[in-house]
Design a protein around this ligand. Structure first.
Ligand SMILES: C[S@@+](CC[C@H](N)C(=O)[O-])C[C@H]1O[C@@H](n2cnc3c(N)ncnc32)[C@H](O)[C@@H]1O
Length: 214
């Protein structure tokens, strides 16, 4: 990771520890020349910088999908609410302006493409094979399962599926991302590659991009 981009990633608002970001960057760098990378869950762009830093040197592209209204835990009164991210005009969360400033400051505007919308709406129309998929969107069971079902089929054979906030022990965190991780393994379409912290990396073993993954 180039030191200047690492500094931008560390300074960005977000929830990704440096060791998990380094893992994401390393695997994204392995895949970036093979096709686009896609992240579900942009927030303010922290993880997008790790992905963008991997894609930029090879002329790659990162798509990052978010409705920018925040997850349940980002809403007022919840654990991860940041009042500076509320749009004064609407009273709603809006992380898009901070994301745009963050990506511009990092010099990644030509590499990181924001897709603004609900994950299920976008995935329903998506047809582009992905060399790496990073799932870090809504952490409720419904959203995590929809993200897997809607996006994982588009990972190419040999491509990577990376899942954030996987906690086998409920004492450490919510279970839906762990359930998705187990689903991916049980499907037989993905095999585990590496773990750092709550981040799990899997590789697609069977099927073609666009084929169901189970
Ligand atoms: C944990 S944050 C992403 C953090 C980011 N990956 C990082 O490391 O900086 C989750 C994001 O998912 C978005 N999100 C939640 N449910 C969504 C949905 N159904 N469709 C699109 N975005 C969603 C929220 O708006 C929030 O910004």
């Amino acid at each position: 990771m180039p030191p200047d981009l690492l500094a931008h990633a560390l300074a960005a608002k977000g929830f990704m520890p440096e060791d998990e970001g380094a893992l994401l960057h390393r695997h994204a760098a392995e895949r970036a020349a093979a096709g686009p990378l896609l992240e579900v869950g942009t927030y303010c762009g922290k993880s997008a910088i790790y992905l963008g830093a991997a894609a930029q040197p090879v002329g790659g592209t990162v798509f990052t999908v978010d409705h920018h209204r925040g997850s349940e835990e980002n809403q007022a009164g919840w654990e991860h609410h940041d009042p500076t991210l509320v749009d004064a005009g609407t009273g709603l969360m809006d992380t898009l302006p901070v994301f745009r400033r963050t990506i511009r400051a990092a010099g990644l505007e030509e590499t990181v493409v924001a897709v603004v919308g609900r994950s299920t709406t976008v995935s329903k129309h998506w047809r582009i094979p992905l060399s790496l998929l990073f799932i870090d969107g809504g952490h409720a069971e419904e959203h995590a399962q929809n993200d897997y079902a809607g996006w994982a089929p588009w990972v190419v054979p040999g491509g990577l599926l990376v899942i954030h906030d996987v906690f086998p022990d409920p004492a450490d965190g919510g279970q839906p991302p762990y359930h998705v991780f187990l689903r991916a393994l049980r499907s037989g379409a993905f095999a585990e590659v590496e773990t750092v912290g709550s981040m799990r990396v899997l590789r697609r073993k069977t099927g073609d991009a666009g084929h169901p993954v189970g």
